[in-house]
Design a protein around this ligand. Structure first.
Ligand code: NAP
Length: 283
């Protein structure tokens, strides 16, 4: 039977680390009941214990967003416990960043699309009927500045984040008159574990990634998510000064080509890469 508390509820995917964990803390502090979803149960439990010790209500639902049955169970568990969801933050994601011919077709390409794009779509699908029934709710899809600007080494990652932007805009227009807000969120670099495991070759990590003041803190991003949940807009680029760069990229694309090739690639020449057809060719 759904609980009787009237406190608002939020579901956050990718809650075990980085932006998701910071958002979990922000919403708990703001009086929300928080559902935590990600694959690593121990991390979710540790975070939930911290919240409960502070008096908040936390529900841990270990979920791999690439598995529809787990996504379905997530929605079922949350709705059985609380009866409704006010805010969904579709945040689970990862990067597999390398030159295209260095990406494994399954482990890097297909998997990245499955987590960042299909996963987010499935989670939205799972919670949408409950929001529709109440004629209210906010869905925030965490895309990236790479959802507006294509970057060397980010080919597939950018494809997922551009895709998520298209999904966000389309769904927003689909449910516009049903009381549901669908919001795109487009952060620039954020200091989380993401950057530690995203680059397949450490030597590919662009120097710009460690320029002081470039990376946002996860807490600053969580604050923006909090603000978006309460003042939903079509989309927000964070930090604000990246918005003119997005504009510039769209209107002066040759400048983006020239600049981003030089900033992102240490060498114009690709190192010897893996050949995705090699296994089929070898005897
Ligand atoms: N950091 C940046 O510079 C940056 C910039 C722009 C956008 N973003 C986006 O922000 C989001 C959060 O990234 P972050 O920086 O916080 O990275 P992070 O610290 O690496 O956290 C990623 C989260 O996603 C979860 N996750 C990964 N695969 C999953 C799966 N199959 N099912 C469920 N959860 C999964 C991870 O949990 P488990 O491993 O426990 O499953 C983890 O909680 C991502 O969508 C990312 O693309 C990040």
């Amino acid at each position: 039977m759904p609980g009787t508390s009237s406190a608002p509820t939020v579901v956050i995917t990718g809650a075990s680390a980085g932006i998701g964990a910071a958002a979990v803390r922000r919403f708990a502090r703001g009086g929300y009941r928080v559902a935590l979803a990600a694959r690593r149960r121990e991390r979710l439990e540790a975070l939930a214990s911290e919240l409960r010790a502070g008096g908040a209500e936390a529900l841990v639902v270990p979920t791999d967003v690439t598995d529809w049955s787990q996504v379905h169970t997530l929605a079922q568990t949350v709705l059985e416990r609380w009866g409704y969801v006010d805010v969904l933050i579709n945040n689970a994601g990862l990067g597999r960043l390398a030159r295209l011919d260095d990406l494994d077709p399954q482990a890097d390409v297909a998997f990245q699309i499955q987590v960042n794009l299909t996963g987010a779509i499935w989670v939205a699908q799972a919670f949408l009927p409950a929001m529709r029934a109440r004629r209210r709710g906010v869905i925030i899809n965490v895309s990236s500045v790479a959802g507006w600007v294509g970057l060397p080494l980010y080919t597939v990652y950018a494809a997922t984040k551009f895709g998520l932007r298209g999904f966000t805009e389309s769904l927003r227009r689909e449910v516009l008159r049903e009381g549901i807000h669908v919001v795109g969120f487009y952060p620039g670099p954020v200091a989380t574990e993401f950057g530690q495991h995203a680059f397949k070759r450490a030597s590919d990590r662009p120097r710009a990634a460690s320029w002081p003041g470039v990376a946002l803190s996860a807490d600053a991003v969580a604050e923006a998510l909090w603000d978006l949940a309460h003042h939903p807009r079509r989309g927000v680029v964070q930090p604000w000064w990246m918005a003119p760069l997005v504009w510039l990229n769209a209107h002066v694309p040759w400048l983006g080509d020239w600049l981003l090739n030089r900033v992102m690639l240490r060498s114009a020449k690709a190192p010897k890469a893996r050949d995705p057809n090699a296994e089929e060719r070898s005897p």
